[in-house]
Unconditional design. Structure first.
Length: 209
């Protein structure tokens, strides 16, 4: 039997490790969102998770590693919500309907908790060159997803206006900037208000020949 398959207290080691990793990620998102990444130590993360530094180092190497993992988890969950929403659209949907559905799903996931939004849009900015390169890679990945989904969801003659990488970056920049202002607003408006502003920007980047 492998180590991963061993049972402790009726639960496999791999299951316990996954649960522990999730506890670290949940704690990191919570305290980075509340206090800011720069103001939280590794000890703070462990205390918030109710786990030890030894357990932390079994999952991550540095404090920045858990920020990267938390950011990725937020983006992956938003991507899954987006895919689910788009899969429910009928054939040949209107571009405005498609964009509204996509933005509602993405921002609804990231904005479901202000701490998640703060980590995704604020706390990851300017941390290090490594983090900036990781964010850029994520942007390019989103542009690839948009390009792959465009024609099936907006029609066979649909294309992105101009340079797709630049157009995608323009849209992502608008989302990031608007989400930042949303986080600072008091009272904070509903996510639907952000979607309403972003839909015409997004649709303007779609050309149907």
């Amino acid at each position: 039997m492998t180590i991963e398959g061993r049972q402790y207290g009726g639960r496999a080691v791999v299951e316990r490790k996954a649960e522990r990793r999730q506890r670290f990620l949940d704690a990191a998102i919570q305290i980075f969102g509340e206090r800011g990444y720069a103001n939280c130590s590794l000890a703070d993360v462990c205390a918030a998770a109710g786990l030890s530094k030894r357990q932390f180092y079994e999952e991550f190497q540095t404090r920045e590693d858990i920020l990267v993992a938390a950011y990725d988890r937020i983006q992956e969950e938003a991507g899954a919500a987006l895919a689910t929403a788009l899969a429910e659209l009928g054939p040949d949907p209107d571009p405005t309907t498609t964009v509204t559905t996509a933005l509602s799903a993405y921002l609804g996931s990231v904005g479901s908790d202000p701490h998640r939004a703060k980590v995704a849009f604020v706390e990851v900015v300017g941390v290090s060159e490594r983090m900036e390169q990781h964010r850029r890679a994520r942007r390019h990945n989103w542009v690839t997803i948009i390009r792959a989904a465009l024609q099936p969801l907006a029609g066979p003659n649909a294309r992105i206006r101009g340079n797709p990488e630049l157009a995608g970056s323009a849209l992502i920049g608008a989302i990031n900037g608007l989400a930042h202002e949303w986080l600072l607003s008091d009272p904070r408006p509903p996510v639907s208000d952000l979607v309403e502003l972003l839909v015409p920007i997004s649709v303007s980047l779609i050309v149907r020949d």
